[in-house]
Design a protein around this ligand. Structure first.
Ligand SMILES: [Zn+2]
Length: 145
């Protein structure tokens, strides 16, 4: 399914996909945040780090919550650095519209970068939304790596 279609469904029904994450899609979690593959990935092995609390901006998080996010960023990078020469960390600060976020719940992206592939991002119009079933296979692979 196309990501932009599912986004319309989320908006219409006021669903936050990051608050209702299927536990089976979590690679690693701590008390306040979790690491999960992106369901509408830019690239293969695109990971997200998401606080469990529904907040939009980093300033709303407490010290421990920020530390827990950093721990998971480091864990995700460790996984990706085994397979890829470099990893891009992306975070958009600001309101949905101004920052160009698609989900109103803050998240950090870890995007693996292949050698000689400077721009391998899929444009938002073509981003696919993967099913939980497809994603669980990826989670199990990533947990083992
Ligand atoms: Zn949320």
């Amino acid at each position: 399914m196309l990501y932009k279609k599912i986004l319309e469904v989320f908006r219409k029904n006021k669903i936050c996909p990051f608050c209702r994450r299927n536990k089976k899609l979590i690679i690693l979690e701590n008390k306040t945040a979790y690491l999960t593959p992106a369901q509408a990935p830019y690239t293969k092995d695109h990971l997200l780090i998401i606080p469990k609390r529904h907040v939009l901006e980093l300033i709303r998080l407490g010290k421990k919550e920020k530390e827990n996010i950093l721990d998971l960023i480091l864990h995700g990078m460790k996984i990706l650095k085994k397979k890829y020469p470099s990893v891009l960390i992306e975070y958009k600060e600001g309101s949905l519209k101004n920052a160009g976020k698609s989900i109103p719940h803050l998240h950090f992206h870890l995007i693996p970068k292949l050698k000689n592939a400077l721009d391998i991002k899929i444009t938002s119009d073509r981003r696919k939304f993967l099913s939980d079933k497809e994603l669980i296979i990826e989670v199990n692979k990533l947990k083992k790596s």
